[in-house]
Design a protein around this ligand. Structure first.
Ligand code: DX5
Ligand code: ZN
Length: 217
């Protein structure tokens, strides 16, 4: 099995002290910083963009996992890459006709790429691009907000993605995002996820290091 990485989502951080929040993740043993970029069009929420990634890059060496919940991601890929993203993931729902090209564009910038599917999108929609991805992200909530309830149907989709990844014989990370906590992390790992996004579970925890360790164990 791939090694488990915990990717706290800074969507649940205090934006007025983002630098300290990311430093605290680093000290608490996080493996990745999950950056939820929302444009108010693809989802009903607005967060932050390229400048945040650029500024976080100056203060942390943790990989920056940029989850783009935006329309026309191809317009911004190069700037996120230049800002210091380590991986950029794009939704099938945002680029149904050009997902393959967008993934190639991401790779051409030297950054890792990933495809994302919403809870109501079947794995079959991205099956053909999975072998070209560094990571596949299965959403276990509808994107837009932290603190939502885990949709258990995502477990079957993780198993389906895992079967495709194993068949193609490449090292491809499988990420799960939405409603993950210590209560269900064992299930998502058993279903095949190795990159675990956790927003509210980490940021609301009284002891972040303990929570990250629990998620990882
Ligand atoms: C939802 C975001 C998630 C979210 C996860 O649109 O993509 O990354 O912040 O937060 P929790 O873990 O609280 O569901
Ligand atoms: Zn996310």
């Amino acid at each position: 099995m791939n090694n488990i990485k915990i990717a706290p989502s800074i969507l649940s951080a205090d934006f007025s002290k983002m630098g300290e929040e990311v430093k605290s993740l680093e000290e608490s043993g996080a493996d990745v910083v999950h950056c939820d970029v929302m444009d108010g069009v693809f989802v009903n929420n607005i967060t932050f963009g390229i400048k945040m990634v650029e500024d976080l890059r100056k203060i942390t060496s943790l990989p920056l996992d940029c989850h783009l919940m935006i329309v026309h991601p191809e317009k911004y890929v190069e700037r996120f890459a230049k800002a210091g993203a380590d991986i950029i993931t794009v939704h099938w729902e945002a680029c149904q006709d050009n997902l393959k090209e967008v993934l190639e564009l991401i790779k051409s910038t030297g950054v890792k790429c990933g495809a994302v599917i919403n809870p109501d999108t079947p794995v079959s929609k991205i099956a053909d691009v999975i072998p070209t991805c560094d990571m596949v992200l299965v959403m276990s909530v509808f994107p837009g907000f932290g603190g939502q309830k885990f949709i258990p149907e995502a477990l079957d989709k993780l198993r389906e993605v895992k079967a495709i990844v194993e068949k193609c014989g490449k090292t491809i990370d499988i990420e799960i995002d939405g409603g993950v906590s210590a209560a269900n992390v064992a299930e998502v790992k058993a279903a095949g996820a190795n990159v675990i996004v956790a927003g509210s579970a980490v940021f609301k925890a009284p002891d972040r290091a303990k929570t990250i360790a629990e998620l990882k164990a």
